[in-house]
Design a protein around this ligand. Structure first.
Ligand code: MLT
Length: 408
């Protein structure tokens, strides 16, 4: 008899953004005349940068000739892309990361979800609350948690991120083995200082823990004092893995290209306490389960790191940051306390006592604006909504005037 993975029964019925999409589709079916504005899932709306499109086309043309055709590529990415990333994202910023420490993939969602596979079943995990749901759900699937009770899984060390601590996870007061951090934060939009990040690295080094650092939104940081990479911190190369993505940086949500940085020195331990290279484990996993990102997509990704590409992506991000400023200012002028929206495309709005799914329903019903209910990111997200800046300026302005009207 084929048996189910019982861990799946512990999960919420559907993945957060899937549930939202269903609700929105139902609403649209019942109100076909309504024009819905989506500021929910962080999905970009503007076209790929021109320089990426040109490179993409050239990549497709290469596939049309036997002499330039590409079959299976390396599972960790072509050297032309890995070398560009190492140079532009790290070496030029004074960070020692080499091309063979960069692993190209089809998304940070997959990478953040898949990495947990490399670790023992009985490790303890520390996860911020609220948090991007993938970190937690994939550990639930793997059986690393107990049952779900009162909005929490047994066995998980939750790091509460509330207004009182400026939505910053605090170092756990009990030992943990695996720590998830995300900066600029999804969903709260907050950033971390170098001093605070140093404390995490020191903690991980002292306790032989590993940090999974999600930097998918690093390109939104517009202040040189704020770290864009955990590898700006000395010693992090021994205790951290970093995830980066071109989804929000360069509009690749539909094109798919991300990369994970695993330094050679990053180690985990076996039962005898012997060191095992995380890079070696990841290589083993990826070469078994993944055949790489398509060649034309990697050519388009390579173009992001050219001078023109850097200028075009900066313009793209400035546009979304402009939207974020409009949203935050408008919500604050309506008397809502907000976090994020400055070095982040997300604005985290305190709903003034309203439950977050009620706030979501009200905005959909009265303003036809989709947001993300904070409770979907964890128990501490209850009472908040997240508004995304990913849409056209025109739609954002329209959404704001509808929200103002709805909240009158
Ligand atoms: C989000 O809205 O939190 C993200 O877009 C989801 C994702 O990147 O998978």
């Amino acid at each position: 008899m084929i048996k189910v993975n019982e861990n799946y029964s512990k999960l919420n019925d559907s993945y957060l953004f899937f549930k939202i999409a269903e609700k929105v589709n139902n609403y649209q079916k019942n109100h076909p005349e309504k024009d819905i504005i989506k500021l929910g899932i962080g999905d970009v709306t503007r076209a790929l940068p021109k320089v990426c499109i040109e490179a993409f086309h050239r990549g497709v043309d290469d596939m049309a000739e036997d002499s330039t055709f590409h079959g299976y590529g390396p599972s960790s990415g072509y050297d032309f892309l890995r070398e560009k990333i190492a140079l532009e994202d790290f070496k030029k910023r004074g960070i020692e990361i080499s091309a063979d420490e960069i692993f190209v993939s089809d998304g940070s969602k997959c990478d953040t979800g898949n990495t947990q596979e490399l670790f023992a079943d009985d490790i303890s995990i520390a996860i911020p609350d609220p948090v991007y749901p993938v970190y937690l759900d994939t550990n639930v699937m793997a059986g690393r948690t107990g049952d779900f009770k009162d909005g929490r899984y047994d066995g998980v060390v939750y790091m509460d991120c509330t207004k009182e601590n400026n939505f910053m996870p605090e170092i756990p007061d009990k030992p943990v083995d695996l720590i998830y951090l995300c900066f600029p934060n999804n969903p709260a939009g907050t950033t971390i200082t170098k001093v605070d990040l140093e404390k995490w690295v020191e903690y991980a080094r002292d306790t032989k823990a590993l940090i999974l650092y999600d930097a998918a939104y690093e390109a939104f940081i517009r202040d040189d004092e704020i770290p864009r990479s955990i590898f700006e911190i000395k010693g992090a190369e021994k205790v951290a893995v970093e995830f980066r993505s071109l989804s929000k940086t360069a509009g690749f949500t539909g094109t798919r290209c991300a990369y994970t940085i695993i330094p050679k020195q990053c180690m985990v331990f076996d039962n005898t306490g012997a060191k095992i290279s995380v890079q070696k484990l990841w290589n083993r996993r990826q070469s078994t389960k993944f055949n790489g990102v398509s060649y034309p997509v990697q050519r388009a990704a390579e173009a992001v790191f050219s001078d023109e590409g850097k200028a075009q992506t900066k313009e793209l991000i400035s546009y979304y940051l402009g939207n974020a400023a409009i949203i935050r200012n408008a919500l604050e002028s309506l008397g809502f306390e907000c976090a994020g929206g400055e070095h982040s495309p997300y604005i985290w709005v305190d709903g003034k006592g309203k439950e977050s799914w009620d706030f979501f329903d009200m905005l959909l019903d009265k303003a036809q604006v989709v947001c993300t209910p904070g409770a979907g990111f964890g128990r501490c997200g209850e009472g908040y909504i997240r508004i995304s800046a990913f849409n056209s300026r025109e739609k954002v302005e329209q959404a704001i005037s509808r929200i103002k009207e709805a909240l009158k």
